[in-house]
Design a protein around this ligand. Structure first.
Ligand code: NAD
Length: 353
């Protein structure tokens, strides 16, 4: 049994689906179901006894202790977070509550549980914390990609809250000996991505005939990884990572935002041409830049490749094609996410824990 937090969100849901496709080991999935959590992401697991969903908050110490005692997981993987940079600029409070206080409460509950485990279970136990490359700050155009030794220089309320959570995880290892692993991954894309983030927003807006907003000059560089490759990296780190270590996860796919948007437009032109035969690129609109917008992120993932033998399966070209195809094939998922109908459905399916 493993316990996953935030498993109804974009990466967490992909992780749970991939895990149960590959293993019979059950998953307890604790998720608060914020606007970003969507149980429709896990609809294919309905009736599957290997998936136990619990609606609740990682900041709820009593609930955490009860779940740990009841299910006795051999590992806890923390995906739960407030994750959207723009939202963190407009309202940082939830980011501090979940990403900092929530991670602290989770660490404390896990520490209590781990301390009380029999010696043989204690040794095998793992706490894996899922984090971001944004904790390292912004890179100049010519600077080498972030390694695990790069200074933490977070610039947004989101990245600062994630940096704080990484430090707590590190400290719980050094101070209390908790067996932790941390992954710092670049930007993910793929199926089930909430359409407030760049790639799904562009696909959804393009198909709806809406403007495709690009911040500033569109030359901000991000390093992109297909979400299924992030999930395989997390599985590999869980299985073979050195306790107390951090692992960068990335796909060596640095691209300026404007190139990403043009790639999405080209794929849509091919797969679902506009009725007037014009390119979707006509819908691109440049908008005022985000305050404090980091210029470039780039991940050096060589430690993970060298020490644990991990490699991404998808190139950017194959991954982005799969992603666009997934959105074209799943318009009902997009409609549900946009209408909030899934939230009403959730109320009828699950009582709050
Ligand atoms: P997401 O916003 O899609 O999902 C977050 C999930 O956490 C949601 O299901 C939400 O309901 C849940 N959640 C939020 N607050 C909670 C709380 N207090 N208690 C329990 N559940 C709560 O985010 P994502 O993109 O799937 O990111 C998952 C993790 O991966 C985050 O920690 C994020 O920092 C990290 N990460 C994301 C990316 C990316 O590109 N999306 C890249 C690197 C790392």
């Amino acid at each position: 049994m493993i316990l996953v937090t935030g498993g109804a969100g974009f990466i967490g849901a992909n992780f749970v689906l991939d895990w149960l496709a590959a293993h019979d080991e059950p998953v307890v999935n604790l998720d608060k179901l914020t606007y970003a959590g969507n149980l429709h992401n896990l609809a294919s697991l309905e009736g599957d006894a290997r998936h136990v969903f619990v609606q609740g908050d990682i900041g709820d110490s009593a609930l955490l202790s009860q779940l740990l005692e009841q299910h006795r997981p051999r590992a806890v993987l923390n995906f739960a977070a407030e994750s959207h940079v723009d939202r963190s600029i407009h309202g940082p409070e939830d980011f501090i509550q979940t990403n900092v206080v929530g991670t602290f409460r989770l660490l404390e509950a896990v520490r209590g549980y781990w301390n009380a485990l029999p010696a043989e279970d204690k040794q095998g136990f793992r706490f894996l914390h899922v984090s971001t490359d944004e904790v390292y700050g912004s890179l100049d155009a010519q600077a080498p990609a972030f390694t695990e030794d790069h200074l933490y220089e977070p610039n947004s309320p989101y990245s600062a809250s994630k940096a704080a959570s990484d430090h707590l995880v590190r400290a719980w290892h050094h101070t209390y000996g908790l067996p932790v692993l941390t992954t710092n991954c670049s930007n993910n894309y793929g199926p089930l991505h909430f359409p407030e983030k760049l790639i799904p927003l562009m696909i959804v807006n393009a198909l709806a005939g809406k403007p495709l907003p690009i911040y500033g000059d569109g030359m901000q560089v991000r390093d992109w990884l297909y979400v299924k490759d992030h999930c395989s990296a997390i599985r590999r780190v869980l299985e073979a990572g050195q306790l107390g270590e951090t692992y960068n996860v990335g796909g060596w796919n640095e691209k300026p935002n404007v190139e990403i948007v043009n790639t999405v437009c080209n794929l849509l032109d091919e797969l679902r041409p506009r009725a007037d035969g014009q390119s979707y690129a006509r819908q691109i609109t440049y908008v005022k830049d985000r305050p404090g917008h980091d210029r470039r992120y780039a991940i050096d993932a060589r430690k993970l490749e060298r020490e644990l033998g991990w490699k991404p399966a998808e190139s950017f070209e194959t991954g982005i094609r799969k992603t666009v195809q997934w959105y074209l094939e799943n318009p009902e998922w997009v409609a549900q996410v946009q209408s909030g109908a899934y939230r009403d459905w959730v109320q009828t399916q699950y009582a709050s824990a």
